[in-house]
Write a protein that binds this ligand. Sequence first.
Ligand SMILES: [Zn+2]
Length: 105
Amino acid sequence: MIIFSDDDEKKRILIEKLKAITVDDFNAFLHHKNITTMCSMCHRAGEQIIDETDVKDIPSKPSSNRFVTFFHHQPVIHGDSDINYYYKLTCNHCGYITTYNLSSG
Ligand SMILES: [Zn+2]
């Protein structure tokens, strides 16, 4: 776990890394971990939606200006670390949401 302070350089670097993760990267991760695209609630296959952020207002890298949207939990007692960041998949059929925490490894 990496703990961040306010105005932390490590946090800035992490966010820059997350902004480089494409849907293809995320799908490769899921495949590598043997995670299927079947919803664990309604059992429909191939209906999982991965949110993407499109950054039109930031000078983009030549390859892509889209990355997998990442989310942030905010603890009530102030404190931030890399385990507060996560991704989510939403089932297009039933709306069930699966979240994937960032691994610090
Ligand atoms: Zn579902």
